[in-house]
Design a binder for this molecule. Structure first.
Ligand code: SAH
Length: 383
C-alpha cells in the first residue's frame, strides 16, 4: 500500500465544524423530558403521554389526526414536539412488495435512506445513523461520499417509526404488521454517533408510550470496529446484537478494506467483540463481504476459521453489491460455497446473507448517491 486513506475526523470533536442539527423532537427526549418540556410550554404534563401515545403507540405522526388534543394546544405542541424531520423523496418497492426502500431529505437538504424488509415471521428495518459516513471503506458507496453530519436521535428513531407505520398499514404482503427488528446497517457508522445512537436505542426498546417497545435482542448495531466504543457499548445495560464488519482476517488487507483498521488491528477489534459477547451473553455477528479475488481465498477462510473457532460468533457472508464504477465484483458462487465449507469445517456457524433490495440498491447508499447525481438507479421499479 502506498497511499492509505486518512482516518476521518469525528464531527463532534473540538474544533470540528458544527453541522446544522435539526429542531428538537419528542423522540429526542425520554418521557420525563417530554413532560418537562410540555409543562414549560404551559400545558398539563399528561399531554406528553397523550402525544407520545399517538407517535409511538399508534404510529400517528400527523398532528391533525391527534383529535383528543384541544385544537388550541395542538399546534403549539406539534411545533415543539413534532417538527417534520424526514421528508420522503421517494419510496421504492421490490421483491413483490416485501422490500421497500425510503429515501428522505432532512431539514438541511441531506439525503438518507432506510429499508423495510418483510419476512413471514418478522419485519426488519435497516436505518441510517449519519448522513454519509466518514469511515471511507472503499467498497461502500456511502463511504465514498464522506460524512455530512450525525443524525439526531429523533432523526434516527423517526425512520423506524415511519416504517413501523408502513408495516402496520399492511403494505408488506405476507408479513406480520408489527415491526420487530431494527438493524443499524444503513448509512453511517453508528458508534461514531455514539450518544445519539444509544438514546435512539433506548427509545426503540422503551415500552409505549415512551418508546416503540422492541426487544433489545432484536436490535443490531453494526460497526467498522471502533474499539473504545465497543467496550463502552458493552457497559451499557443493553443487550443489543453487535455486528462487526470484519471483511478480512489479516491486517494487511483489512487496512485497505476497512481503513479504521490502521488504528485498531484485527486482534484488538476481535478482543473487543469477545469482551462484548462475554459481558452480554450475545453472539457477535461477523460481517464479511465476499469480494472476488480480494478476500475470498481459501487460506483467508481458514485463517478466519482459526480466529473465530470456539468463540461466541456467527459469520454473515454478504455477496458484494458492486458500487457504480467499482473495480470489485462479488465472488463467484462456487468460491463462496468453498469459503462457507471451510468456516463450517472449523466449527464456525456461517450463513450467506440474502440479497434483498438489490434492484433498488438497498445495500449501501446507492440510491442517495444516484439521487445526488441526477440518475435514476431504479428504472421502472414501482414507487
Ligand atoms: N458503518 C457500519 C454500518 C453500515 S454498513 C458498518 O460498517 O458496519 C452495513 C454493512 O454493509 C457493513 O458490514 C458494510 O461493510 C456492508 N457493506 C457496505 N457496502 C457494501 C457493498 N457494496 N456490498 C456488500 N456489503 C456492503
Amino acid at each position: 500500500m502506498t497511499s492509505l486513506p486518512l482516518i476521518p475526523v469525528d464531527p463532534d470533536a473540538p474544533g470540528a465544524r458544527r453541522a446544522a442539527m435539526p429542531p428538537q423532537h419528542l423522540a429526542d427526549l425520554d418521557l420525563a423530558g417530554r413532560k418537562d418540556l410540555v409543562t414549560k410550554l404551559g400545558e398539563s404534563a399528561f399531554r406528553a403521554r397523550q402525544i407520545s401515545t399517538h407517535y409511538f403507540g399508534r404510529l400517528v405522526r400527523d398532528p391533525a389526526q391527534m383529535t383528543d388534543l384541544p385544537a388550541s394546544s395542538r399546534d403549539r405542541l406539534a411545533d415543539q414536539l413534532l417538527p417534520r424531520l424526514l421528508t420522503p423523496v421517494r419510496e421504492l418497492a421490490c421483491d413483490d412488495g416485501a422490500t421497500r426502500k425510503a429515501l428522505w431529505r432532512l431539514h438541511d437538504g441531506s439525503l438518507v435512506e432506510s429499508v423495510l424488509m418483510g419476512y413471514p415471521d418478522r419485519v426488519t428495518v435497516c436505518i441510517s445513523s449519519q448522513a454519509g459516513c466518514g469511515m471511507a471503506c472503499p467498497f461502500c458507496a456511502t463511504g465514498q461520499a464522506g460524512l455530512t453530519r450525525n443524525l439526531s436521535t429523533a432523526e434516527i428513531v423517526d425512520q423506524a417509526v415511519y416504517l413501523a407505520g408502513v408495516a402496520a398499514s399492511g403494505k408488506v404482503a405476507g408479513s406480520p404488521p408489527r415491526l420487530s427488528h431494527v438493524v443499524f446497517m444503513g448509512m453511517g457508522e453508528p458508534l461514531a454517533n455514539y450518544n445519539r445512537v444509544i438514546a435512539a436505542i433506548r427509545r426503540l426498546v422503551a415500552p409505549a408510550p415512551e418508546g416503540l417497545g422492541l426487544s433489545q435482542r432484536h436490535i443490531t448495531v453494526s460497526t467498522v470496529g471502533l474499539v473504545p466504543a465497543i467496550h463502552r457499548l458493552a457497559s451499557e445495560d443493553l443487550s443489543v446484537t453487535l455486528a462487526l464488519s470484519l471483511h478480512a482476517p489479516d491486517d494487511e488487507l483489512r487496512d485497505e478494506l476497512v481503513p479504521v483498521n490502521q488504528r485498531w488491528k484485527v486482534c484488538e477489534v476481535l478482543d473487543a467483540a469477545w469482551a462484548y459477547a462475554a459481558r452480554t451473553g450475545r453472539r457477535v455477528s461477523i460481517e464479511y463481504a465476499m469480494i472476488k479475488d480480494v478476500n475470498d481465498q481459501p487460506w483467508r477462510a481458514d485463517l478466519l476459521g482459526r480466529l473465530l473457532a470456539g468463540k461466541l460468533a456467527h459469520v454473515n457472508l454478504i455477496p458484494l453489491n458492486p458500487t457504480p464504477g467499482s473495480r470489485w465484483d462479488a465472488s463467484p458462487k462456487p468460491v463462496e460455497r468453498e469459503f462457507v465449507r471451510r468456516l463450517r469445517d472449523a466449527g464456525v456457524s456461517t450463513t450467506v446473507r440474502d440479497t434483498r433490495g438489490r434492484e433498488i440498491d438497498g445495500a449501501c447508499g446507492q440510491l442517495a448517491a444516484a439521487e445526488d447525481s441526477g440518475t435514476d438507479p431504479a428504472g421502472e421499479m414501482t414507487a
